[in-house]
Ligand binder design. Structure first.
Ligand SMILES: Nc1ncnc2c1ncn2[C@@H]1O[C@H](COP(=O)(O)OP(=O)(O)OP(=O)(O)O)[C@@H](O)[C@H]1O
Ligand SMILES: [Mg+2]
Length: 374
């Protein structure tokens, strides 16, 4: 018998059964193997995590019994022994856990060529997918932003011309009150247009962060003051619930104030003077708990801040649009509020989502406690 000692070639060193077991157990992809009768042969830890199964040995059990909760996966594996070709790169969305899974299937053949089982290798793509989606949105925003910047710049000059010329007309018609009133209107409309153009230019300018140790509570307090000065709170009640243990984060305090002010202003406007705005925050350390997963693998310590209102909520068909620049449902809105919020949050390597909630609206801002690049 050849052993490791009499065979000098490391490539031919025998690999122990334990090594194989550990190799499969520690893989960062999920592995599920079944035999020809459809019984589980092995499932590694990552597979158990993805299928939300308690740790245990499932070998010998019927696949249908083990994965009864995940019919999408059962469908993928059904008929695996009868198909002429098997997918080497495919994706499914597991409705049970709302997880996107990339997988490949292969047959297990014995040394004599007999098919003795099948394996599914898979990977959780949820974070990858979310990242791609954000990437696409960012590209779109960049394109829109560039066009807006050019237009805003071009509009600024004729607008200034209108203002100057209207001023001349005013001076030339001192005795005509009707003309004076009309010209005053022209000037005020031109000033408004100019303010919008300025807002657009501010929006398209890249965000430059002045990062410092920032207490989220301070940013929220300033944001509330700013929101009250810029919009009508009426009888709406504001409740802030922040744990004392919330760690300070590395962030630009002024820009964070802008983020929360925009969210609170939207909430006040949605409430129309009645109801409640709640601001809650917590620390999150794991992906399950809502921490950021920037490299799609490792969660980074994060702070999760929710701005919740009891207003009418946002209809499902609008959810896609609200972060787009210039999308507004308000007569006086510019539709830049949430686009600016997203831009600032992105610059902090954080994320903003519209989180599901019971009635009303819940915006969730997640920020890394210490962003990698600042
Ligand atoms: N808390 C909320 N409740 C209901 N709808 C909201 C809420 N926040 C945002 N929206 C919807 O999203 C749209 C876009 O919001 P965004 O802040 O970007 O622009 P705006 O508030 O319309 O204008 P601006 O912020 O520039 O004054 C709003 O017009 C509104 O329809
Ligand atoms: Mg707004």
């Amino acid at each position: 018998m050849r052993t490791a000692t009499d065979s000098p070639s490391p490539a031919r060193a025998p690999v122990s059964a334990e090594f194989f077991r550990c190799l499969v157990a520690n893989m960062r992809s999920g592995v599920l193997a079944i035999d020809r009768a459809g019984a589980v042969v092995l499932m590694n830890e990552e597979a158990l995590r993805l299928f939300r199964l308690p740790v245990g040995d499932y070998s010998g059990q019927r696949l249908e019994a083990v994965l009864g909760e995940h019919p999408d996966v059962l469908r993928v594996l059904s008929g695996v022994f009868d198909r002429p070709t098997l997918p080497s790169r495919a994706e499914i969305r597991m409705k049970s856990t709302d997880t996107v899974v990339g997988y490949s299937l292969s047959l297990v053949q014995s040394e004599s060529g007999e098919v003795i089982g099948a394996t599914m290798f898979f990977k959780d793509l949820t974070y990858v997918e979310q990242m791609e989606e954000r990437e696409r949105l960012r590209d779109r925003l960049a394109a829109v932003g560039e066009m807006a910047a050019v237009m805003a710049h071009e509009i600024k000059n004729p607008l200034a011309g209108i203002e100057v010329l209207a001023g001349l007309v005013r001076r030339k018609t001192p005795d005509n009150p009707d003309a004076q009133a009309l010209v005053a209107d022209i000037i005020s409309e031109a000033k408004m247009a100019n303010a919008i153009v300025q807002q657009v230019l501010d929006f398209v300018r890249p965000v430059r962060l002045q990062v410092e140790h920032t207490r989220v509570a301070d940013a929220i307090q300033s944001a509330l003051a700013l929101a009250e000065s810029q919009s009508r709170r009426g009888n709406a009640v504001v409740r802030v619930a922040l744990p004392d243990s919330l760690p300070p984060i590395r962030a630009d305090q002024n820009q964070l104030t802008q983020v929360f002010a925009n969210l609170v202003i939207n909430a006040f406007q949605a409430l129309e003077g009645k109801g409640e705005v709640r601001i809650e925050a917590r620390e999150a350390l794991t992906a399950e708990d809502g921490a950021l997963v920037p490299d799609t693998q490792h969660a980074v310590p994060s702070v999760v801040i929710d701005v919740i209102d009891t207003g009418p909520g946002i209809p499902a068909d609008r959810v896609e649009k609200i972060f787009q620049p210039f999308f507004t449902t308000k007569p006086q809105g510019s539709g830049l509020g949430l686009a600016i919020v997203r831009k600032i949050v992105d610059a902090h390597e954080g994320r903003i989502d519209l989180a599901p909630g019971e009635g009303g609206t819940r915006f969730r801002v997640t920020l890394p406690i210490a962003p990698a690049s600042h």
